[in-house]
Design a protein. Structure first.
Length: 396
C-alpha cells in the first residue's frame, strides 16, 4: 500500500484492482464479498454492464460543460430525478458532487427562504444528536456528534441539536422566531443504523408546517432505494420541503442533489449558488441508469425482500455476541458484544492469499460496537447466505 496519502483514513490492509457484481478482487486475485457497497455508493454492484456502457458512451461524446449551458444528458437526469421525487412533492433540483455539498445547498435554501418570508435573525437549523451530515466546516456544525467536532472549531454558527425521538425537546427547539429549518435522517447511518419512529416524524412535520420551518430530509445514505422505497421519507407519509441525495445516486460516480418542494422551489436565483462540476454529464449518464433501474416497484420490492431475508437469517442464529438488530431494506445495523473494528480486520485478514483460499468479507462499522451492512441491491440470495456464513465465522 502506498504511503503518500495524508493519514485521514484507518485503512484495512487490502488493495483492490477490479470488481464484478457483489465481488471485489485484490491485486493478488483474492475475492471478497462486498457487504459495504463503498458505503452505500455502488448500489448496482461493480462493473454493472448498463452503467459501464452509459459512462463510456457519454465520456466519448461529452464529459463536461460549464453551467452557463445545459447538456442534454444532464437535463434528462434532472427531469427524471425530480419526477422520481415528485411523490413527496419535489419540484426543482440543484445538482452538486457530494452529500456535503447537497446539504450545504439545503442550508442556503432554508436560510434564504426564511429571510425572504420572515426577515433577518431566523437562520438557525435544528438537527438530531447522532446525525451525520458531512465533513465541511458547516456540515460538521450540523452533525450532532462530538467525535467529529474535535480539533476543527470554531464552526459555522446557527446549528442546534436535540435528542432523536424526543418530541418535547424538538417542540422547544423549533422556535418560530429564530429557526429556518429542521434537518433529519430518516435512518441515521453513521451512528448505528437507527430508523426514526413514525409518530416522531409525523409530529415533527406538523410542527414545521405550523411554524413555517422547512423540513429537510438528509437521504444521502438512506435514499435512492436503500431502505426499500425510492426515498426513505416515503415510509412516513410526510412531504418534506427539501430532500438531499448523493452516494448511490450515480452508482459509483460522484454526484449530489438538493431537491425542493413547492415552498422553496424558486428561492435560489442567479448567482445564489453554484458548483463547477455539479451536473457533470458523465455523472448524469450514470445517474440515469440508476434511476431507470432502481425506481421500479418490483426492483424496490426485491430490496425489501432481501433485507428481510438478511435480518431473518441473523436472528435465526441466536448468536450470543449479537445484541440487537436494526434496519430497513438493505441498510442493516448489528450491535455486537465485542468491538466492531477487529471484525472488519478479520474480514480481510487473508488479503493477498491465493485466489483459491476462502473469500474475504467487506463490512462496515457504525460506532464502536455496531456492524453496518450495506450490500449492493443486485446481490443474489446465495451471496447473502454466503456472506452471512462468513460473518458468523468472523463473529465466532
Amino acid at each position: 500500500m502506498t504511503d503518500v496519502f495524508m493519514n485521514t483514513y484507518h485503512r484495512l490492509p487490502v488493495t483492490f484492482s477490479r470488481g464484478e457484481g457483489a465481488w471485489l478482487f485484490d491485486t493478488g486475485g483474492k475475492k471478497y464479498l462486498d457487504f459495504s457497497s463503498g458505503i452505500a455508493v455502488n448500489c448496482l454492484g461493480h462493473a454493472y454492464p448498463p452503467l459501464v456502457k452509459a459512462i463510456a458512451e457519454q465520456a466519448a461524446r461529452l464529459n463536461h460543460v460549464c453551467n452557463y449551458y445545459q447538456s442534454n444528458t444532464t437535463a434528462a437526469f434532472a427531469e427524471k430525478l425530480t419526477a422520481a421525487c415528485a411523490p413527496v412533492g419535489m419540484k426543482r433540483v440543484f445538482l452538486a458532487n457530494s452529500g456535503a455539498e447537497a446539504n450545504e445547498g439545503a442550508f442556503k435554501i432554508a436560510r434564504k427562504y426564511s429571510l425572504v418570508r420572515h426577515g433577518p435573525n431566523r437562520h438557525r437549523i435544528v438537527t438530531l444528536k447522532g446525525g451525520f451530515h458531512g465533513r465541511t466546516v458547516t456540515t460538521l456544525a450540523a452533525t450532532g456528534q462530538d467525535v467529529f467536532h474535535k480539533d476543527f472549531g470554531p464552526f459555522t454558527e446557527g446549528f442546534a441539536y436535540v435528542p432523536a425521538g424526543d418530541i418535547e425537546a424538538l417542540d422547544r427547539a423549533l422556535d418560530a422566531d429564530t429557526v429556518a429549518g429542521f434537518l433529519v435522517e430518516a435512518v441515521q447511518g453513521e451512528s448505528g443504523i437507527r430508523p426514526q419512529e413514525s409518530a416522531y416524524i409525523r409530529r415533527a412535520a406538523e410542527l414545521c408546517a405550523e411554524r413555517d420551518i422547512l423540513l429537510i430530509f438528509d437521504e444521502v445514505q438512506c435514499g435512492v432505494g436503500r431502505t426499500g422505497s425510492f426515498l426513505a421519507c416515503e415510509a412516513y407519509g410526510v412531504k418534506p420541503d427539501i430532500v438531499t441525495l448523493a452516494k448511490g445516486l450515480a452508482g459509483g460516480i460522484p454526484v449530489g442533489a438538493a431537491l425542493a418542494g413547492e415552498k422553496a422551489a424558486d428561492i435560489l436565483q442567479i448567482s445564489d449558488h453554484g458548483s463547477t462540476f455539479g451536473g457533470n454529464p458523465v455523472a448524469a449518464a450514470a445517474g440515469l441508469v440508476v434511476l431507470e433501474t432502481v425506481n421500479c416497484p418490483s426492483f424496490l420490492a426485491e430490496i425489501t425482500r432481501k433485507g428481510e431475508k438478511l435480518q431473518s437469517v441473523v436472528r435465526g442464529w441466536g448468536h450470543p455476541k449479537v445484541r440487537e438488530l436494526r434496519g430497513r431494506g438493505l441498510m442493516i445495523g448489528i450491535d455486537i458484544e465485542d468491538e466492531a473494528w477487529p471484525i472488519l480486520e478479520r474480514g480481510v485478514a487473508a488479503a493477498g492469499t491465493p485466489p483459491a483460499a476462502n473469500p474475504g468479507l467487506l463490512i462496515l462499522s457504525a460506532g464502536q460496537k455496531t456492524l453496518r451492512l450495506l450490500p449492493p441491491y443486485i446481490i443474489a440470495d446465495t451471496e447473502i447466505e454466503e456472506g452471512l456464513e462468513l460473518l458468523r465465522g468472523l463473529l465466532s
